[in-house]
Design a protein around this ligand. Structure first.
Ligand SMILES: Nc1ncnc2c1ncn2[C@@H]1O[C@H](COP(=O)(O)OP(=O)(O)O)[C@@H](O)[C@H]1O
Ligand SMILES: [Mg+2]
Length: 342
C-alpha cells in the first residue's frame, strides 16, 4: 500500500484580534491509498482545519501536507489548481449552486476543467446513475431532500474522477436513515472507484459504519490512531473512551455499577471479550467444568470488521474455590478484571 496523504508535523495558528488560537499542533498522520480514514473529535478539535489543509484551503503555519507526492501546502497557481482537480470535497451544508439544476451542478467542475461538452453529458449521466438521481437531473436544489442534495454533492465531488474525497460532517445534517444511505454511497465510491476518503465527523457511529482507520483529535492534536477495530475494542485515550462508550453500551457507568453492586452480592467480574470467534461457547464450557453459574448483569458484545469484542459484567455464583478456578480459566481465554464490593 502506498500513502495518499501525509501530514508532516502540521501546525496551524489563527490570529484573531491579537489572540492566538492553536487549531493544529504538530499533527503527524498518514492516510493509505484506497482506504476510508475517519477523523473524529469534539467541536473545535481542529478536524475541519486539518481536512482543509489537504486541498490548501488552509495553509499550515508549520509542517507540510503531501498528497500523492506533491507538497500541496506549498503549491500555488496552476499547479495548485491541477492538484485540486484530483481532490473532491463534500460538506455538511451541501454547498450546491441554488440557481442551477442538478445536471448543471454536477457538470460544473467538468466545465471548469475544460472537458468537452459531449464528454460532460456522458459523465454526468453516469454519475447521476451512480448516485441514483437520474430522474432528478432537471430539479433544482430547493426541490430536493437533504439526502438527495448530498447525493448531488457526492456526484459533483466525483465528477473529475478524483483520487481523494474529503468529507466534512457530510451526514451531520441528515437523519439516521438518510445518513446510512449516504454512507453506503461513500462506501461504494471507495470500492468501485478506489477513491481514498478522508472523513471528518463528531459522530462515532459514522466511524463505525464506514471507516477502516480512525484518528481521534483533541485540542489540535491527534491523541489516538489505529484500525477501527482496535480503537473501538481497546480505546486508550480518555476522549476516545468517551466517544466509544457513546455508541457502545458495553461498560456500566458509575451509577449503573453502584446499582449492580447493591443488587448482586456474588463475585463480580468484567470479562473483556476480544478477538473471539463467535461460535466458541467458552463461558458455558468453563461454567460446566467448574460447576459455577454465570449471571450476566450488564454488557454487550459487538462485531466490527468481522471480529467480536465487548465487555460483560458477570456475577459468578458457586463455591469460592470453584469460582477462583473459573476466573483463572476465563483469564486464560480472554481479559478479566475484578469489580470488588467496596
Ligand atoms: N478561520 C479561522 N479563524 C480563526 N479561528 C479559526 C478559524 N478556523 C478555525 N478556527 C479555530 O480553530 C479551532 C479548530 O476549529 P475547527 O478546525 O473548525 O474544529 P472542528 O472542525 O474540529 O470543530 C477552533 O478553536 C476554531 O475556533
Ligand atoms: Mg468542523
Amino acid at each position: 500500500m502506498s500513502t495518499a496523504i501525509s501530514f508532516e508535523g502540521v501546525s496551524k495558528t489563527f490570529e484573531v484580534k491579537g489572540r492566538r488560537v492553536d487549531a493544529l499542533r504538530d499533527v503527524q498522520l498518514e492516510v493509505e491509498r484506497g482506504t476510508v480514514f475517519g477523523l473524529v473529535g469534539y467541536s473545535g478539535a481542529g478536524k475541519s482545519t486539518l481536512l482543509r489543509t489537504v486541498n490548501a484551503l488552509e495553509r499550515p503555519t508549520a509542517g507540510r501536507v503531501v498528497v500523492d507526492g506533491a507538497v500541496v501546502s506549498e503549491l500555488q497557481g496552476a499547479a495548485l489548481s491541477r492538484a485540486r482537480q484530483r481532490i473532491g470535497m463534500i460538506f455538511q451544508q451541501f454547498n450546491l449552486l441554488q440557481s442551477r439544476n442538478v445536471y448543471r451542478n454536477v457538470a460544473y467542475p467538468l466545465a471548469l476543467a475544460g472537458v468537452p461538452k459531449a464528454e460532460i453529458v456522458d459523465r454526468v449521466e453516469e454519475l447521476l446513475e451512480f448516485v441514483g438521481l437520474t430522474d432528478k437531473a432537471l430539479s433544482y436544489p430547493a426541490q430536493l431532500s437533504g439526502g438527495q442534495k448530498q447525493r448531488v454533492g457526492i456526484a459533483r465531488a466525483l465528477a473529475t474522477r478524483p483520487d481523494i474525497l474529503l468529507s466534512d460532517e457530510a451526514t451531520s445534517a441528515l437523519d439516521p436513515q438518510t445518513t446510512g444511505e449516504v454512507l453506503d454511497l461513500l462506501r461504494r465510491a471507495n470500492a468501485e472507484y478506489g477513491v481514498t476518503i478522508l472523513l471528518v465527523t463528531h459522530e462515532m457511529d459514522v466511524i463505525r459504519e464506514i471507516a477502516d482507520r480512525v484518528a481521534v483529535m483533541q485540542d489540535g492534536q491527534v491523541v489516538e490512531t489505529g484500525s477501527v477495530y482496535d480503537v473501538f475494542s481497546a480505546p486508550l485515550a480518555a476522549t476516545t473512551q468517551r466517544f466509544v462508550s457513546s455508541v457502545l453500551h458495553h461498560v456500566p457507568g458509575a451509577d449503573a455499577l453502584e446499582r449492580i453492586k447493591r443488587v448482586h452480592h456474588g463475585r463480580l467480574v468484567q470479562i473483556h471479550v476480544e478477538n473471539r470467534e463467535s461460535n466458541d461457547p467458552f463461558l458455558s464450557r468453563i461454567a460446566r467444568r467448574h460447576d459455577v453459574d454465570f449471571n450476566v448483569v450488564y454488557g454487550g458484545v459487538s462485531e466490527l470488521q468481522s471480529r467480536l469484542f465487548g465487555t460483560l459484567t458477570v456475577e459468578l455464583l458457586g463455591d469460592d474455590l470453584d469460582v477462583e478456578a473459573a476466573i483463572r480459566d476465563i483469564r486464560e481465554a480472554t481479559g478479566v478484571s475484578e469489580l470488588t464490593h467496596a
